[in-house]
Structures are given as C-alpha cells and as structure tokens.
Design a protein around this ligand. Structure first.
Ligand SMILES: C[S@@+](CC[C@H](N)C(=O)[O-])C[C@H]1O[C@@H](n2cnc3c(N)ncnc32)[C@H](O)[C@@H]1O
Length: 332
C-alpha cells in the first residue's frame, strides 16, 4: 500500500488511516502531537516539545507488514534484517544531515558529536594508551572499536551479530584502521590473559539470567592480563526509576522506534515491548535487560575475580540520582 506524504499531519495518523491498522497496534504515539503531552515519554529534545512536530516531514510508512521474525533488540533500525544498502543511499544521508541541522537550529546548539565524546570517555576511564590490546565486548557495528583503533590501540571486537560485524569491518576499511572482528558469544570467550583492557559499552551487559551474566564477567576477567581493566556502561537504575516513562518514541528519517516499558521489581528487569517501523514495515521485538545497582554489580565483579571496582556517572563524574548512565570500572 502506498500512502502519499502529508504535510501538517502526523505520519502515524496517516499511516493508521490508510493501513487500517488496529488502534491496538501502536496506541500511544498517535496522540503524541495533538498537545504538549509529555506523559507518553517523548525523548528529551523531541521537536514536538518546542511547538512543532517533525513528523509532518517524515516519510509516511508505505505498508504494514506484521513481522514478528526475531531481530535482535539492540538492532533498533533493523540493520540485521539485511537491507543496509538501500539505507545508505545518498539521498537518505542528505535528509538525515538536514534533519540534524534543523534540530540543532531549533535547539540553538551545535550538532553533537556523541561518538567522539564516548571514545574520549572510554579512553580516559580505561587509561588507554596507543599499542594497548583492547577487547570491545559486544562491539555492535564497531563505533567504539574502530575509533580506539584509530587512536593506536590494537583492538579486537567480539559480537554475536554477523551483520553488525560486517558493517564494523566496512567502516574500519573506510577509516583505514585494522580491527580483528570476531563472531562469538560473550559467555564463551576464546582468550586467556590476552588483553590490557575490556570495554562493554552502551548496555551490552545484563541480557541473560544471573548465572550467565556472572559467566560473562568471569570470562572478561579471564581474558584480561593481571592488572587489566574492564569498563561497563549501563543504564543508571536510580535515574531510570526516578524518571520512569511508560513509553518512548524515537524518529529517524521517518522511521520510528517505539518502546513500551514495564519494570519488573521482582527480577529487576526492564521488560520492553519494542515496535520498529522501518520503511513501512512493522516489527515487534520484545526483550528485557537486567538493571543493576552499583553494589549489586560491584559484588558480582568481585566474585568474578576483579580486585577493585569504581562507579561513575555518564560523563565520568560522580554517580548520582541524575546520572543518565552508570559506568563501572573494575581492575583485575
Ligand atoms: C546495545 S548493543 C551495544 C553495541 C556496542 N557496544 C556499542 O556501544 O555500540 C549490544 C550488542 O550486544 C551484542 N550481543 C548480544 N548478545 C550477545 C552475545 N551473547 N555475545 C556477543 N554479543 C552479543 C549484540 O549483537 C549487540 O551488538
């Protein structure tokens, strides 16, 4: 089904009307531009908050394909589904840049450079130096691994997603850096005493039951040289509870990522019903991730063989109720 672009109308409302999608499919976000309604948990900086919804510029999804095929939860835009080529066409890149520019103007601040900032933080907290052997555990599409390699580290990236690894290798080639990308499972690492540093960034830990999460930490400890360091970057539980939102919506180039959350206090797991609308296709991707307080994670790290554990906030400063992220650095 092809729906034309409509200016001044919420893309989702148009999509719903044309596709006859049931209102139960995505009930919350349809109302998100009708008023200054923040109860549905729009992310900070969402243009609607400043009185103008950007969705009118978004491409209306063309068709609705109920697709419950498993794509990984950490693959919000479905790159693992295999159509990166189309996504990379130049027109779309231009649109993305233009959206960023427009948002920057709207928010009166220069475009952010999150990747470089993250790499700076990893560099500082892990006290990295050129020539060090670094393992990026669950490296995704290599955004940290490639940049650490560009700064002179000898980097290995491990991930269970082949499409992510392919993309990481391509980017490494474009950047002219060498990274050893390895397909594998973080619960079973093939290295002992090999690395100076291990980095696990952007909530790449807490996917499994307690025994397997502990196994991941033990494997990371074993992969490190004596005196080596591990850095984990996770959600800050306290801040998540304090600012808990029933749902969030993220729009990128007309594609949508809708998360509806439930915090299970008996298991400390954030249970997420994720809906991805990409190129008019709808996918439902449920997943859950364990939330750790600092003492809980510190005790697990000590049990896994680490000797000293420190906690930081998102920018490497003190960990507080307001810290968006919790970064934990452990030494072997
Ligand atoms: C939230 S992403 C983080 C990616 C990357 N660290 C970053 O900062 O962009 C989580 C990653 O964990 C990977 N992953 C999930 N289960 C895994 C496993 N059992 N072994 C290795 N990687 C896994 C996913 O493929 C995904 O790339």
């Amino acid at each position: 089904m092809v729906a034309s672009r409509r200016v001044g109308t919420c893309a989702l409302r148009t999509w719903k009307k044309k596709s006859n999608a049931s209102s139960a499919t995505i009930p919350r976000i349809v109302s998100h531009h009708t008023a200054a309604d923040t109860s549905i948990g729009l992310p900070h900086g969402w243009p609607g908050r400043r009185g103008g919804c950007d969705c009118s510029r978004a491409r209306t999804p063309r068709r609705v394909v109920p697709d419950t095929a498993a794509i990984p939860p950490w693959d919000p835009y479905g790159s693992a589904a295999g159509d990166r080529g189309e996504r990379r066409d130049r027109a779309r890149v231009r649109r993305r840049r233009s959206l960023r520019r427009r948002l920057s103007l709207l928010l009166r601040r220069p475009p952010r450079r999150p990747r470089r900032r993250q790499t700076d933080l990893v560099w500082r907290l892990l006290d990295l130096r050129p020539g060090m052997e670094v393992l990026d555990l669950a490296c995704g599409h290599g955004r940290i691994a490639n940049r650490l390699a560009a700064r002179g580290c000898r980097v290995t990236g491990l991930d269970s997603s082949q499409p992510f690894l392919d993309r990481a290798r391509t980017t490494a080639g474009e950047l002219g850096v060498t990274v050893d990308y390895v397909h594998g499972d973080m619960r079973r690492l093939p290295w002992t005493g090999r690395f100076d540093r291990v980095v696990s960034w952007f909530t790449a830990f807490g996917y499994f039951d307690d025994a397997d999460d502990r196994r991941v930490l033990a494997q990371a400890a074993a992969a490190l040289k004596p005196g080596g360091r591990l850095a984990l970057d996770l959600n800050n539980y306290a801040a998540v509870v304090r600012t808990y939102q029933a749902s969030t919506v993220v729009e990128r180039d007309g594609d949508l990522l809708i998360d509806r959350y439930r915090l299970d206090l008996l298991t400390s797991r954030n249970v997420v019903k994720r809906t991805v609308v990409r190129d008019g296709r709808v996918r439902h991707v449920p997943y859950s991730v364990r939330m750790f307080t600092f003492p809980e994670l510190r005790d697990r790290l000590l049990d896994a063989g680490f000797a000293a554990v420190r906690g930081f906030g998102a920018d490497g400063g003190p960990l507080t109720m307001d810290s968006r992220r919790m970064i934990v650095v452990a030494e072997r």
